[in-house]
Design a protein around this ligand. Structure first.
Ligand code: PLP
Length: 458
């Protein structure tokens, strides 16, 4: 398919400032064009097939190329394309709100539709501030978050994000945002048990609330599993203990399920089913439509809404595409497929195989930690397994592994010195074998090259 048309597209593509692009190299190279998608695979301009290891951006839950979703979107747009969510509503938005309220835990029955995950988290954070203002608690504005968290790319969600490299040359809100350490058990102190590590993290949280003053702390925001921070699985009971502390000090708990929702861990929402908590707000996006079309939502506890509904006050917050009919139609069909094809059950059944197979990577000298939950995984690379010193900067190891993987027909998501994976939830055992075998080869090849360049010695 390499022809004039493709060359032309490459030239036009250089007009785009892509997300996370290095300005220095912008326009100096051809990005891979993805022309076709199907099942767990993507196909480039040469017809080469790749396993989509990250499932797009943790969002391709039901697999690529599902015609039913396309049909549902088409049908909705032909019947009714769009009307203003600020003044009217639609059948599909109402239906989806009802389905989400049934799927979500506790009394999280109030649904605010957004355009994506960032706007879902922005909504949750703005709602919390608005809520406390209406209650006359104008000082209760501080938000606690964590290093390595990712919550979005708006000003406020970027501020509660805790990835150092993303702080590069951007401005952030600093006056009322506080970051705790990341809960990565692999990075705990030598001789510290996982339980002690958890106790330390809980103490850090409680101390932070007391330092700021509970009357000033509005909310804590957290992904159950830190996704793009490197697939970090917090220690056992950590999530529940944080939730209990929130309740003790009247701090609202925002559970960012943008990645973990809609089957990634085997549940529609994992906050309660996997971690035993009922947050005050859950945010969702990505897997809600399996990434076929943008949509997000913030699910808010009825109790909160009731507390502020006594006086008239407009909630002056909304998006042109809040509850877009095409997106809601896609989400309804996506949920129908997840249920009908028992995809969540498949995740519960196949996830142990996925993690067992990934353990084979420990045979490679630079693989320090292989971790995961459901169909999420992270492979952390280190100089040596004892010091756990990460392979970073000069070695840019995850990017090197990514380059090697591409040659073998596998796309991974390189983050720092960690490779993360979140394939489509329909992946089979044979496809898992193929994915892990390719990754094994790619890490081995990247290690060899490091050695040849004198950047690493076993
Ligand atoms: N929250 C989490 C946990 C995410 O991983 C992401 C995106 O990767 C977001 C929020 C932001 O979602 P979006 O990119 O749809 O705005």
């Amino acid at each position: 398919m390499k022809n004039d048309y493709i060359s032309e597209i490459h030239e036009k593509d250089k007009l785009i400032l892509h997300p996370y692009e290095d300005l220095k190299f912008r326009g100096t190279y051809n990005r891979k064009l993805i022309i076709k998608s199907d099942n767990i695979y993507l196909y480039d301009e040469d017809g080469k097939r790749y396993i989509d290891g990250p499932g797009g951006m943790w969002c391709n839950n039901i697999g690529h190329g599902n015609k039913e979703i396309g049909e549902a979107i088409k049908k909705q747009i032909e019947k009714m394309d769009y009307c203003s969510p600020f003044s009217e509503s639609t059948e599909v938005a109402a239906e989806l709100a009802s389905v989400l309220s049934d799927l979500s835990p506790g009394d999280l029955n109030t649904v605010f539709f957004t355009s994506d995950g960032s706007t879902a988290n922005e909504t949750a954070l703005r709602f919390v501030m608005y809520y406390n203002n209406l209650l006359g608690k104008r000082e209760k504005k501080h938000i606690i978050t964590r290093d390595r968290a990712y919550h979005g790319s708006t000003y406020l969600t970027g501020s509660v994000t805790g990835k150092d490299r993303e702080k590069n040359n951007f401005d952030f809100e600093e006056n009322f945002i506080h970051h705790l350490g990341s809960p990565n058990p692999y990075r705990r102190k030598e001789n510290q048990s996982e339980q002690e590590f958890c106790d330390e993290k809980v103490k850090e949280f409680e101390d932070k609330i007391l330092e700021i003053g509970p009357n000033k702390v509005a909310a804590y925001i957290a992904e159950p599993v830190l996704a793009s921070g490197g697939c970090i699985i917090p220690p056992k009971n950590y999530i529940k203990r944080f939730w209990e502390i929130c309740k003790k000090y009247d701090v609202l708990y925002i559970s960012d399920e943008v990645v973990t929702g809609f089957g990634r861990l085997g549940y529609f929402f994992c906050s309660q089913e996997e971690f035993g908590i009922i947050p005050d707000i859950i945010t969702t996006a990505k897997g809600l439509t399996s990434g076929y079309i943008p949509l997000g939502a913030a699910l808010i506890s009825d109790k909160l809404i009731k507390n502020i509904s006594k006086e008239s006050s407009f909630f002056f917050h909304g998006f042109t595409y809040s509850g877009h009919p095409a997106s809601c139609a896609a989400a309804l069909k996506n949920i129908e497929i997840l249920k009908r094809d028992k995809i969540l059950e498949h995740v519960i059944e196949i996830a142990p195989y996925f993690h067992e197979k990934l353990k084979e990577l420990y045979a490679i000298p630079i693989v320090g930690d292989v971790r995961g939950m459901g169909l999420m995984a992270g492979v952390e690379c280190v100089i040596d397994k004892k010091s756990k010193n990460p392979l970073l900067l000069d070695q840019a190891i995850a990017s090197r592994i990514d380059q090697e993987s591409l040659k073998l027909g596998l796309i991974i998501r390189p983050i720092y010195h960690i490779c993360v994976l979140s394939p489509a939830l329909i992946i089979t055992k044979e496809q898992i074998d193929d994915l892990v075998d390719k990754l094994f080869q790619a890490i081995t090849n990247a290690t060899k090259k490091l050695e040849e360049e004198g950047l690493w010695s076993g």
